[in-house]
Write a protein that binds this ligand. Structure first.
Ligand code: GLC
Length: 459
């Protein structure tokens, strides 16, 4: 660990801090990046809080309280909580138009993100030094997390399969991954109303503020906005959305985090002597683990996704970083573990000079700079590091985990706090080493978290 980078990481989190008056309380929240992402994002904040708990416990709690302030009466924790007066980001609150259905006066999006918040909240509770404050936090957040899990189970797994359905690529957190290509391509561009295309052409800012080649292509954006427009017209009726949307997928990354989140929630409840209430979440945890296990294809060595759009059941095989997330859900057998480790360490697949690329280097869809279609992201590295921890009794896992920690930290030390990174580092035909937007809170938070959690602080 490098002291200079550690201090710079703290500074980045300070610079991206935004205090907001919510229900007569001043709460500090962290924006992902002032260059573009000027609101609060769900799983980013969950990650920020895991770092903040090591440096400023109250601010860590505020990060989560602020996120929960946007929770809907039906339990949904949205993927964006908007900051009033910020206009740089598109699509803004008017595109979502959730206030009539959310039951909250706080402007939010209408979809969610991987439920990392539960994992983060339990981690914060365990880690905090001030036990009184930790117990207050526990008391405040548990009912909200329970409501969120019940919401997800009820609306996203109506058939009780153990696997939740996502209704938008953005819910996966890996927005532009090739995992969505086949499903999205079924939405005929010609059938998308011109007014939506015009809104995208006029409103989109990511491709103007950032590099065009780093961002999703225009047809993807038309489809993203077509989906949000549909859901807005259906007044965020999730029963209808899950049944009738042209995009409904059982995703491996989302479900692996869901499995782990149920384990965290169960432990959180058990800690408060509510072992009886915890049982339901233990059942959901195991049900999801078994369901994930059934998605493995031993020939391709890939955990498949299922396209469940409008009653379909079509397997999706795509070699991306999501394939390693079952490690986090403890859903991997011994043989699978060896095969996954071999893939991670294969220089032709995932062990690039700056690992881990978001899709396999030999996947024909690999693109060096376009987000989620090649570049390396600290967040997925972190989830794999934590996943390998479940298997750390095995020597190769421990070794690999340490290697990924080292590589992730040196990537950040060398190239700064970027949104994502060139997986080839400097040995490449493009000179660009950092990609996406800069001064990024996630990358700073992950550096701080790794330094503390893996005891790499040397000062
Ligand atoms: C991008 C990422 C998403 C993240 C958001 C804010 O949309 O795909 O995972 O939450 O940026 O950082």
């Amino acid at each position: 660990m490098n002291r200079k980078t550690y201090n710079a990481a703290k500074k980045t989190l300070e610079n991206n801090c935004y205090a907001i008056n919510l229900h007569n309380q001043l709460l500090r929240r962290t924006l992902p990046s002032r260059e573009f992402y000027v609101h609060q994002w769900n799983w980013d904040s969950a990650t920020h809080a895991m770092a903040l708990i090591h440096i400023d416990e109250m601010r860590a709690y505020e990060e989560i309280y602020s996120l929960l302030s946007g929770q809907w009466v039906n339990g949904l924790i949205p993927h964006i909580i908007f900051n009033p007066s910020e206009t740089r980001y598109f699509p803004g609150p008017d595109i979502w138009d959730t206030e009539k259905t959310s039951g909250t006066t706080i402007a939010t999006s209408g979809i969610t993100q991987p439920p990392l918040i539960t994992i983060s909240a339990f981690y914060m509770y365990k880690t905090a030094k001030d036990r009184n404050q930790a117990r207050i936090f526990q008391k405040n957040v548990i009912p909200k997390l329970v409501a969120y899990h019940e919401h997800l189970k009820k609306y996203r797994d109506p058939e009780n399969s153990g696997l939740l359905t996502i209704i938008h690529p953005w819910e996966s957190g890996t927005d532009n991954s090739p995992r969505w290509d086949n499903v999205l391509q079924q939405i005929d561009i010609g059938s998308i109303p011109d007014r939506i295309k015009e809104t995208v052409n006029e409103g989109r800012t990511d491709n103007k503020l950032g590099e065009l080649d780093d961002r999703p292509k225009v047809y993807d954006y038309y489809r993203y906005l077509y989906l949000t427009d549909l859901y807005k017209n259906w007044q965020w009726d999730f029963v209808k959305i899950v049944r009738e949307s042209p995009f409904a997928v059982k995703d491996i990354l989302f479900n692996a985090i869901w499995c782990y989140a149920n384990d965290s929630l169960a432990q959180f409840l058990e800690e408060t002597g509510k072992g009886k209430d915890a049982k339901k979440f233990r059942v959901w945890e195991q049900q999801t683990r078994d369901a994930i296990q059934s998605l493995w294809n031993s020939h391709s060595q890939i955990f498949k996704l299922i396209n469940v759009t409008q009653g379909k059941k079509i397997s999706i095989y795509e070699d991306t970083i999501a394939n390693f997330l079952p490690l986090l859900a403890k859903a991997v057998t011994k043989t699978q573990l060896t095969q996954l480790i071999n893939q991670l360490l294969d220089p032709k697949k995932y062990w690039s000079p700056v690992p881990l690329p978001s899709i396999a280097l030999d996947n024909p869809k690999f693109e060096l700079t376009r987000y989620w279609r090649g570049p390396s992201w600290p967040i997925t590295n972190l989830l794999i590091i934590e996943g390998l921890r479940n298997y750390e009794m095995s020597n190769p896992c421990k070794k690999l985990q340490l290697k990924i920690i080292k590589k992730t930290m040196s990537m950040i030390e060398k190239y700064g706090f970027s949104e994502y990174y060139n997986p080839y580092g400097e040995n490449t035909y493009t000179k660009r080493k950092t990609l996406g937007f800069g001064s990024f809170s996630w990358s700073a938070a992950i550096y701080i978290y790794l330094a503390h959690e893996y005891k790499l602080i040397t000062f």
